[in-house]
Design a protein around this ligand. Sequence first.
Ligand code: 5GP
Ligand code: ZN
Length: 122
Amino acid sequence: MTAPAHDPDCVFCKIAAGQIPSKKVYEDEEILAFHDIAPWAPVHFLLIPKAHIPSFAQIGPEHAALMGRIMTLAPRLALEQGCRPYPEGGFRVVVNTGADGGQEVHHLHVHVMGGPRPWARG
Ligand code: 5GP
Ligand code: ZN
């Protein structure tokens, strides 16, 4: 049985569906990027697949194109959102996965954090 594409109890599914507002950074048919509600850094946004994938642990070969698109969007959006250019600037990409990985929201998301230091956290 395949996992449902939308989990009605999932906060990021609700954001993807527009049921909870977010400050959008980017959107296409399968991907949404939006600002983190509790930013660690001057730039802090999340990239998510619109489909409900619980975590990075569920990623397999069938997700190669989707993950490739998410990872190629990250540097472009980082610059657009105000991260300074590499190498003086740059950004941090984090995918918390599972309890030991510190994951709190169980809908796959890629954190992109950057901007001048010091940061609020991290
Ligand atoms: P995790 O610890 O699961 O990797 O990170 C979840 C992130 O989602 C946290 O950084 C948290 O601030 C963010 N977050 C949780 N709920 C919301 C929300 O309703 N809206 C937005 N924009 N971010 C959220
Ligand atoms: Zn979800």
